[in-house]
Ligand binder design. Structure first.
Ligand code: UFG
Length: 349
């Protein structure tokens, strides 16, 4: 089956493209390369070529920003004229920094919301009505619940989260307008970390990372001096914040399972939390990383970070029951795989 992957060169996009290709999908990936690197998908090809069973697999890659209506239209038209129209889209393209979204909300609305509106218009025009959307647990905002299920209130607290929530709303409206045509899955990610076990692809943030895991790996490799832990006075077992970390390969598998689920079931829109359901504190994560990789991570505590939650853990029961999926990789594997990627690629791609 032919799948269009938007934002295919990003962290989760590359891992998902790799898996799709391994599973025999015909993949067309597009990316603006604003926050990603052209080498990432080349690495995906290298991984596939190094394996006997996938060495002849091919992927088509285009430099397209989803805000560019003309190029998107040409892409869909070419696919249609070639007799292989797109039947489904996995939509990752978008900006994802909470901090940048606070200083530049217009850019976030433009890239994420306007870009998605363009994409949906073109999908509608070419009758491609199956979409797996890259949403985020950030849409739950500062919920009072510690274990978050899909039916709790959506109340994002930053422009990035607002754009994800607005896109979900738009997808709901589109579904309601033609319920017998659309198949839509909003995948709400918790905290994806780790990397493919080859060490060839991984997370490559531009500048100083704001997320904990790339920060830890950059401290481990000596790019950064020490980790700052935001708060030691949270009401948790050790005073540091608790999150639900999920291996990026488990997340990638979740996308393929969600796509399969949509294709084989009736038309619907479904919201699914993709997390492990397990909470890990910052201090526990540092400890597991240190023991798994035998590297010391120097750290200091600072004040709590503005806008942080104490605990964010997925209730993943809906995803476990609907999808043929469960997260399989341990935190130790996340730490080992993430460090393999960083140590082999200290400056990213
Ligand atoms: N943390 C530190 N030091 C750092 C960075 C983070 O102590 O340098 C702590 C945070 O306080 C938090 C935990 O590590 O307790 C995780 O923080 P991240 O920034 O890695 O992740 P968040 O949970 O804050 O946010 C992430 C993504 C968002 C996404 C959200 C979904 O960055 O894009 O998960 O819940 F929306």
């Amino acid at each position: 089956m032919r799948v269009l992957v938007t934002g295919g060169a990003g962290f989760i996009g590359t891992h998902t493209c790799l898996l799709l290709l391994e599973k025999g999908y015909d993949v067309v990936a597009i990316d603006s390369y604003i926050n990603s690197n052209k080498k990432s998908l080349q690495r995906v090809i290298e991984i596939l070529k190094s394996n006997k069973t996938t060495k002849d697999v091919s992927i088509k890659i285009f430099n397209i920003d989803i805000r560019d209506k003309k190029k998107l239209d040409e892409l869909f038209l070419d696919a249609q004229n070639s007799g292989q129209p797109f039947k489904s889209v996995i939509h990752f393209a978008g900006l994802k920094s909470v901090k940048d979204s606070l200083s530049n909300p217009l850019l976030y609305w433009d890239a994420n919301v306007k870009g998605t509106i363009n994409l949906l218009n073109i999908m509608n025009k070419y009758k491609c009505k199956t979409i797996v959307f890259s949403s985020s647990a950030t849409i739950y905002g500062l919920s009072d619940d510690e274990i978050l299920s899909e039916n709790i209130e959506i109340k994002p607290i930053n422009p990035y989260g607002v754009t994800k929530a607005v896109i979900e709303k738009l997808l709901n409206d589109i579904f309601d307008s033609e319920p017998s045509c659309w198949r839509i899955a909003n995948l709400r990610y918790f905290n994806p970390i780790g990397a493919h076990s080859s060490g060839m692809i991984g997370e490559a943030p531009i500048g100083v990372p704001s997320n904990i895991f790339p920060y830890i790996t950059q401290v481990a490799s000596g790019v950064l001096d020490k980790l700052t832990i935001y708060g030691n006075d949270w009401p948790t077992r050790d005073g540091s914040g608790i999150r639900d970390y999920i291996h990026v390969m488990d997340l990638a598998e979740g996308h393929i399972s969600a796509l399969k689920y949509l294709v084989k079931n009736n038309h619907q829109i479904i919201n699914l939390n993709l997390g492990t359901g397990l909470g890990t504190s910052v201090l526990e994560l540092v400890d597991i990383f240190e023991r798994a990789n035998k590297i010391k991570i120097p750290f200091e505590f600072s004040e709590r970070r503005k806008g942080d939650s104490c605990k964010v853990i997925a209730d993943n029961s809906l995803a476990l029951s609907c999808l043929d999926w469960e997260p399989k990789r341990t935190l130790k594997e996340m730490c080992i795989d993430g460090w393999r990627w960083q140590s082999l690629n200290p400056n990213g791609y």
